[in-house]
Design a protein around this ligand. Sequence first.
Ligand code: UDX
Length: 437
Amino acid sequence: MKISVIGCGYLGAVHAACMAKLGHEVVGIDVDERKVTELSAARAPFFEPGLEDLLKDVQSTGRLSFSSDIASAEGSAVHFICVGTPQKKGENGADMAYVDAAVSDLLPHLSPGDLVVGKSTVPVGTAARLSTKIRESQPAAHLLWNPEFLREGHAVSDTLNPDRLVYGVTGGSEEHPSVETLDLVYSAPLEAGTPRLVMDLPTAELVKTAANSFLATKISFINAMAELCDAVGADVTLLADAIGMDDRIGRKFLDAGIGFGGGCLPKDIRAFMARAGELGADQALTFLREVDAINMRRRTRVVEITRELCGGSLLGKRLTVLGAAFKPKSDDVRDSPALSVAAQLQLQGAVVTVTDPEALTNAARRFPELHYEESTEAALRRADALLLLTEWPEYRDLDPYDAARLVASPRILDGRNVLDSNKWRAAGWTYRGLGRP
Ligand code: UDX
């Protein structure tokens, strides 16, 4: 099928490449010329495992191209909207400017029978509004809402083998003509057994925000338990293992630490609260305010524990932060808890060096005042304390004896509870976890 993908960020670039991999003829469209140039040369404009190999693989088939001209969407039967919906400046709500612009720009290029597929995370009610807009311009075109659940760092496999496909259509019926069209697009994963759920537009939009709210709540729940564990000298990692064995609870997303960040969970729960307020249902989501507050408190807690670890004062202390990305296998620093902690420590008088295998360029753009060091060894040298804040494998696997020879004082704060505390203590380190005795 001929497909256009509008917006080539973390979501759209991967989606475009994966659709070409599934055998479709794809054009990826983005207003950012730099991204278009990079992608056209089969280079990934951001770090995502497997993306660059996939780009090279599909571009050699001639099925994937990129353009900054929306007119290139003309002739495609299916148009995916993959642009961002960031948090509005100074407000909780989502900024819909990019989605609205993408759809408006696309309208003159739609033909009868075309299908517009929304993948961006949007406030509930957006799809119905866009559907009306599309119909007014091209009455024989349709809109389907198909939320995306991919995780950064696993984006390629999540797109090629999703755990479910959600189709939102006006009226919610399987008989809606666009269902058959999207089934053709996803024929490979559908044949492989991926469950597909057809529902009305608002339910499909809510599936995404509800899923992310649940994940955020799960993380804040275990972080609240970590606060209690700290108060009584209990161990939150053993607690998580034990409650996680109940398969109604499950062990995934129960890793206590410095909390969640990234371009999705924080802004999605805030946008969800803002939208509930507009709908007069704000009481239903007041618990998300607490989820957000618990999460932000983690960052302050890490600063406090670091101060304790440094003997009561941060002034002039040389601190090394291991990890800047909001999670491993990503170069994304949007709302990264690691960077936010690094910046707070620096503000409070510490001399902070940050290292990360992939995210230093993005981090330096966001926080130019911090000092960055590419080599882990150089970053460790003469440090008064280490803070492991993003659990990249190279930091989890650090040898405590080798590391001890580099630092000025063997003190470590394990902000993700991933190190073997006994091993580090045996090597002479003062070890602090979060919610661990
Ligand atoms: C999330 C959703 O998982 C995905 O389905 C959706 O499409 C987009 O938002 P992503 O932002 O890529 O994906 O990251 P995710 O793996 O969910 O992690 C989010 C944050 O939570 C990270 O900062 C991570 O470090 C943190 N986290 C995750 C925890 O602190 N503890 C956990 O147990 C799990």
